[in-house]
Design a protein around this ligand. Structure first.
Ligand code: NAD
Length: 267
């Protein structure tokens, strides 16, 4: 049985992670943490998540939540994640980090902590997206330079950043596989008399509207044929499921920095 503590327990991801852990054999929720002063402190984490009482009260003490836990799943905010990583290192607990937006120095702290404890760190925990990452590398390497690559991503109308981090990662993977520098070949904008497409460039287009959870298509367009690799997200649960899979995988892994490719055995 892997015992899991969850930070951001009253957050969007934290709530789904808690619920889905209760549906997963071999895993249990043994700690739930929210920020000091949060109105849900002291309430049952399962009740707040909507899956029924678990007998685990939400606390603002990570040390307390980790006392009977093996692994922490953290989907919070960068500065919180960094502080939590240091606590996990001190207590010798495994860590799954889903928080995005960590700056270089903050990533450095995660790397340093991973010298002492096992850490899974992935800005996109979806199993399907990570399988797509692997497929993209294989497709690009096999096709070589003869196919034009275009990436189109769709998200809801509240998304603030464009293109999505996942679309950029897809572009980087294809560029690497084709021995190109992504920053040099990414083309985010075409308008007016911008000239013919170069064979090297990777086009990057975004669509925003409604409640689309997230959709990414990578086109490999050749002469007389075309491959389209599409991933469609139906709900945010795919991220929670990936994080839970990572926590179960972490088990007794040695200290080190891992990503979802490691968890899925794709590296
Ligand atoms: P959210 O704002 O709903 O939840 C964050 C929670 O963290 C809040 O409830 C907040 O009160 C809590 N929190 C703040 N300080 C805390 C502390 N000191 N201790 C414990 N909890 C604390 O946000 P969200 O939508 O759940 O997303 C959280 C993070 O996960 C974001 O960085 C988001 O980009 C990322 N995310 C990653 C993936 C992935 O696949 N890696 C997928 C979805 C979201």
């Amino acid at each position: 049985m892997t015992r899991i503590a969850v930070t951001g327990a009253a957050g969007r991801m934290g709530g789904r992670i808690i619920t889905l852990i209760t549906e997963t054999e071999g895993l249990s929720v043994t700690g739930a943490v929210e920020m000091a002063g949060h109105p849900r402190l002291g309430e049952d984490a399962g009740y707040i998540a909507g899956c029924g009482d678990l007998g685990v009260a939400i606390t603002d003490s990570l040390e307390e939540a980790l006392a009977d836990s093996d692994v922490l799943i953290d989907f919070t905010w960068p500065e919180v994640t960094i502080a939590n990583a240091v606590v996990c290192e001190k207590l010798g607990k495994g860590l799954v980090v889903g928080t995005t937006g960590l700056k270089g120095e903050q990533r450095g702290i995660i790397e340093a902590v991973a010298k002492t404890i096992p850490v899974v760190f992935a800005p996109n925990m979806s199993v399907g997206v990570n399988v797509c990452f692997k497929l993209l590398k294989d497709i690009a390497q096999t096709l070589g330079d003869g196919f034009d690559v275009e990436i189109v991503e769709l998200h809801h109308n509240k998304k603030k950043d464009s293109p999505s981090g996942t679309a950029v990662r897809m572009g980087e993977i294809v560029a690497d596989a084709l021995d190109r520098d992504y920053d040099q070949v990414a083309n985010y904008h075409r308008e007016g008399m911008c000239g013919e497409r170069t064979s090297e460039e990777i086009g990057m287009q975004t669509v925003r509207g409604g409640d689309i959870v997230g959709e990414h298509t990578v086109y490999f367009i050749g002469m007389g044929e075309r491959i389209e690799l599409t991933h469609r997200a139906m709900s945010r649960d795919m991220f929670a499921r990936g994080a839970i899979r990572a926590a179960g995988w972490l088990g007794d892994k040695p200290a080190g920095l891992y990503d979802m490719q490691d968890v899925l055995g794709l590296n």
